[in-house]
Design a protein around this ligand. Sequence first.
Ligand code: ADP
Ligand code: ZN
Length: 749
Amino acid sequence: MNHEDGTRYVRVIVDRAIHRELDYSVPENLADRVGVGSRVRVPFRDKSALATVVAVPEQSEVKGIRSIEAIVGDAPILSEQLLELARWIGTYYCCPIEAVMRSVLPQVIRRAEVGWKKQLFVQPASNVDQGEMEKLRRRAPRQAELLEAIAKLEKPVRAAELLRQTSLDNQTLRALVKRGLAELREEAVVRDPHGDEQFIATSNLVLNEEQTHALNEIEQALQAPENARPILLHGVTGSGKTEIYLQAICAALDRGRTAIVLVPEISLTPQTVERFKGRFAEAQDAVAVLHSHLSEGERHDEWHKIHSGRARIVIGARSAVFAPLKNLGLIVVDEEHETTYKQEEAPRYHARDLAVVRAKIEKCVVVLGSATPSLESYHNATIGKYRLITLTQRVDQKQMPLMRVVDLRQEQRREKKATIVSERLSQAIADRLEKREQTILFLNRRGFSTSLLCSNCGEARNCPNCSVALTFHRHPAVAGRLSCHLCGHSAAVPNKCPACGQDALIYHGFGTEKVESTVAQIFPKAVVRRMDADSMTRKEAYRETLRNFRTGKIDILVGTQMIAKGLHFPNVTLVGIINADLALHLPDFRAGERTFQLLTQVAGRAGRGETAGEVFVQTYTPFSPSIQFARHHDFAGYFQQELEFRERCDFPPFKHAILMTVRSAHEGRAKLSAETLKRRLSEALPKEFTLGDATPAPLEKLQGQFRFHILIRGEAIMRLSRLVRETLDKLPFPEDVTVAVDVDPYQLL
Ligand code: ADP
Ligand code: ZN
């Protein structure tokens, strides 16, 4: 924008943490190329720094304004809409805008240091002079051979590829280039993480009545997205939600719009990617995939594929909510209840909630799907903020699995020790082995034994850095050592109790390794495999195990939540939940909700094929509501009672919460800072907000840091966030004290 004297200005957010926007002037030669969303290099203090342009003001009040040094990259990389979303995140999640920018723009794009991968291509040579060719044949037969191959080319081909095909070498090619008979050109090649895979094209299935109704509703919303409410698609596992997403995306593309599909990282399996790539296989670049295992180069290429408009569908984990698609028509959030949508470092955003906010900004449709919607979303649907669509039937009327509850208290009384596989579960497994059907056993705890206790003095081997017991692993990678699942500390197993010196150490509790070995002992002929973070350290191991399970080479698969979600194996007719109580005893108001969801999801793995499935839930608390409601597939009943509990206790969705964690390696300083913070907050916050005391966190020590919590609850969350931010900005903390603010927290330890 031209000012009277012709000077132009930009307002930027510098990548460094300064919590402020700064103005710079733009040199005349750069003026045409800079706009909102451009990346620039600016002088900052006595160095230079990267920054993002967020406004182009008419003038600036800054005296002695400095000028930007350079433009980084070509086109603006941040749309106005994404910028608006970033600002919203900063305010809502009480987070400095620079930190928000780090999430919105991947590092490889912000820094612009990684570029396209360039490769040399040989250009086709038209009309090769026959005289030249004859001369070459006599003097340099290999060059002649290569030239003939080049003459036959129809399009440019990678130099390396051509040399491989002709079994000729680089020197020969160089010689031809030198003679002016061949031409090499550098071109960008795309690093496609799925480039070497073949996707079998699929077409739309004929939808059943419930699916048709759901798709119609979404299509109607696509016609008038500016008035559409977010849609909550509540459909039991296997009711064909993914098929609806696929057809809804088609409908959005038909209208010239683009789409984002968010899936939890954990269910971003080859199976899921295949379904989307397969349906949109005719346009090779149509689907971009974003997840945390991409290399820098792959991430660069996928991002530009999206930004340039070549990719029109993005499927990815939570950060894909920032995918730079233009003309967005639809955002799908699959398994919307999943807690992995919550980012556990600043900005601590929830991708499902951001999807709803982004949809509002972009005026597009948002569909949240789940078999077990979160209390928050379901509540929004019952009060009319969201539109609820329900799928009550599994596709082809397949039966919901039969849920059987095994009372571990009785088992323990009979067996006189903790049960791993109960009599009834064991019989059911034997039965499947006989029928050559498959079993999944689920336990949400890794390792062999979960603690090493002294039977004399009662001391457990704890992590020196964290307030948790060390887990014993037999797995070769950690070979018979104790290790901490929080910080990675590992220690040898002592012979005697280091506390009292007695030879009285006993292993206590069990994890997936122990389940695996127990099952292998009971069924020596069965092929048992384990799938958890310890056994799946190689990326290939994961695919390999899944492939072997699918092809029936594995009879029993033991695993953690890694196997709970999204997988589809028709021959699995039995699921055993080894201990359903693990989540229930956490000091967390969502414990019941998580247990209900987990049981329902894991159970959903059973009976996806022709035979009805059966689920055994082993528990010490057989009458807890989450277990009973899950047993009867009664979402509405569970929801009703859980909601009453939340309302009684002022928990979400009725009140918002902000959890502040104050931590330091020095216990006294952490405590003192937390208490000071609490006092300042009590001065700053009006009565409508409930402010808790500064208390030691349930996990008192983590990675060598002592932790204190302050929990605030209230309704007006934007106002509360602002007041918290202002209080923090005014408070100087000692250098070794860190304060983390978590708005709508999921992690209460
Ligand atoms: P969900 O996402 O609700 O768990 P899916 O979309 O994965 O359900 O569907 C479960 C299975 O049923 C998949 O194998 C899918 O291909 C198949 N399916 C879905 N819809 C139909 C349909 N209308 N007709 C036939 N098969 C279908
Ligand atoms: Zn530790």
